[in-house]
Design a protein around this ligand. Structure first.
Ligand code: S3P
Length: 448
């Protein structure tokens, strides 16, 4: 769990060319889902490439608390012996999901239709985040939740003893909410239907299909209508987790803004519901190339080459692209500072309820580094200064948010003066090898 240890200040200094191969860790979203679905089927699920970051390790611990056997062998392969749909045991202790909104929300969904009770908590960041978006639809199945004011953790969920299937239109674009409802629907008889107006990441749907569930997605005038038939016998799987495009975003953006750079990120997941950043970077004039496009384990993957791109232009990011790059706006705002002209980002109010208020956190740090940023409730504009002209020299607050910390470390690679963060320890939640990986490419990030 991050945020409890002593803060780890970090400073990023202007770097030489970044070159070589960036073997970023496994996809965080897919890793959580692999563990949870593995725990929901009888038999052994084998997972390679699992992200061994704190967020996912907390989910592994939680699956053990609900009765699954979860082990890691000496080769780094994970083995999950699950308990079957509806087979979760009642945990004896509080479930601590650390910093992970995905972990807690998906697990709440997975246990909400079993006759058990569980209490969830997290770190100071997670305990500020809204949970009603998940407990409201779970109540429709018959589950009950009691937490702190405003639907915050710590929170106790009592699962429904006789769950009923639901039809639910997700009111905010959130894959976590969609997934929580689908996971709850697994143990409800009949058809659970989830409707989303805007497409969000579809790893849960893809993985449920892989595990043998009957799940159909139709694109209609209402949006994406996802129908899941409850109480399936899930079949254990062998899962190869692709590398995380959201982690790849950091070396890719670093290469794009750092003179002379040429970085290859092999085998990254390119699910279209995740790839919005790369489309946007290309529109800005970034030199990105996909090589070896292929499909692995039901997910599209490719090798991605990123090179220094001196003539970036500010762009208007279409709001309908927001869900496919929601975690990448912080690092995009850094690239935007090195582009010429404004980059306009609208339809992004979800950024305000992530691990931190990401608009506020990035705007404060960028402004302190000499960049003009305007912002409103669901939009922000970064006025780019052009390559070589970004002053830097600031210390930024990371607010227990891994992506804020990593974004400012990327910024410091190309600013005139170094950029610091007060605490880089949250980076371990999603990208535990960030420092050695970036150093291996030629970045100069120092502790202190
Ligand atoms: C995730 C969904 C997104 C994303 C998060 C991972 C997931 O959150 O920001 O990092 O794995 O389902 P929301 O569902 O809140 O948009």
């Amino acid at each position: 769990m991050s945020g409890h240890a002593t803060p780890v200040p970090m400073t990023s200094h202007r770097s030489g060319p970044l070159t070589g191969q960036a073997n970023v860790p496994g996809d965080k979203s897919i890793s959580h889902r692999a563990l949870i679905l593995g725990a929901l089927c009888v038999g052994e699920t084998v997972i390679t490439g699992l992200l061994e970051g704190e967020d996912v390790l907390d989910t592994a611990k939680a699956m053990r608390a609900f009765g699954a056997e979860v082990t890691r062998d000496e080769m780094g392969t994970w083995h999950v012996h699950g308990v079957g749909v509806g087979g979760f045991a009642e945990p004896e202790q509080v479930i601590d999901c650390g910093n992970s909104g995905t972990g807690v929300r998906l697990i709440m969904g997975a246990m909400a239709t079993s006759p058990i009770c569980a209490t969830f908590t997290g770190d100071a960041s997670l305990n500020k985040r809204p949970m009603a978006r998940v407990t409201d639809p779970l109540a429709l199945f018959g589950a009950q939740a009691v937490g702190r004011a405003g639907g915050r953790l710590p929170m106790t969920v009592v699962g429904a003893a006789d769950p009923v299937p639901v039809r639910y239109e997700v009111p905010v674009p959130s894959a976590q909410v969609k997934s929580a409802v689908l996971l709850a629907g697994l143990n409800a008889p009949g058809e659970t239907v989830v409707i989303e107006k805007e497409a969000t990441r579809d790893h849960t749907e893809r993985m449920l299909t892989g595990f043998g569930a009957e799940i159909v997605t139709e694109v209609t005038e209402e949006g994406r209508v996802i129908t899941l038939t409850g109480q399936p016998d899930l079949i254990p799987q062998t899962i190869v987790v692709p590398r995380d495009p959201s982690s790849a975003a950091f070396p890719v953006c670093a290469a794009v803004i750092t003179p002379g750079s040429d970085v290859l990120v092999p085998n990254i997941g390119l699910n279209p519901t995740r790839a919005g950043l790369f489309t946007t970077l290309r529109e800005m004039g970034a030199d990105l190339e996909y090589e070896n496009l292929r499909e692995e384990g039901g997910e599209p993957v490719a090798d991605l080459r990123a090179r220094f791109s001196p003539d970036l232009k500010g762009v208007e990011v279409p709001p309908e692209r927001a869900a496919s790059m929601i975690d990448e706006y912080p690092v995009l705002s850094v690239v935007a500072a090195f582009a010429t002209g404004p980059t306009v980002m609208r339809g992004v109010k979800e950024l305000r309820v992530k691990e931190s208020d990401r608009i506020e956190a990035m705007a404060a740090g960028l402004r302190a580094g000499g960049v003009t940023v305007e912002d409103g409730p669901d939009w922000w504009i970064v006025h780019g200064l052009g390559h070589g002209n970004v002053p830097g020299g600031q210390t930024c607050v990371s607010h227990l948010d891994h992506r804020i910390a990593m974004s400012f470390m990327v910024m410091g690679m190309a600013t005139q003066r170094p950029v610091s963060v007060d605490d880089g320890s949250p980076i371990a939640t999603s990208f535990p090898i960030f420092e050695p990986l970036m150093a291996g490419l030629g970045a100069d990030i120092r502790r202190g």
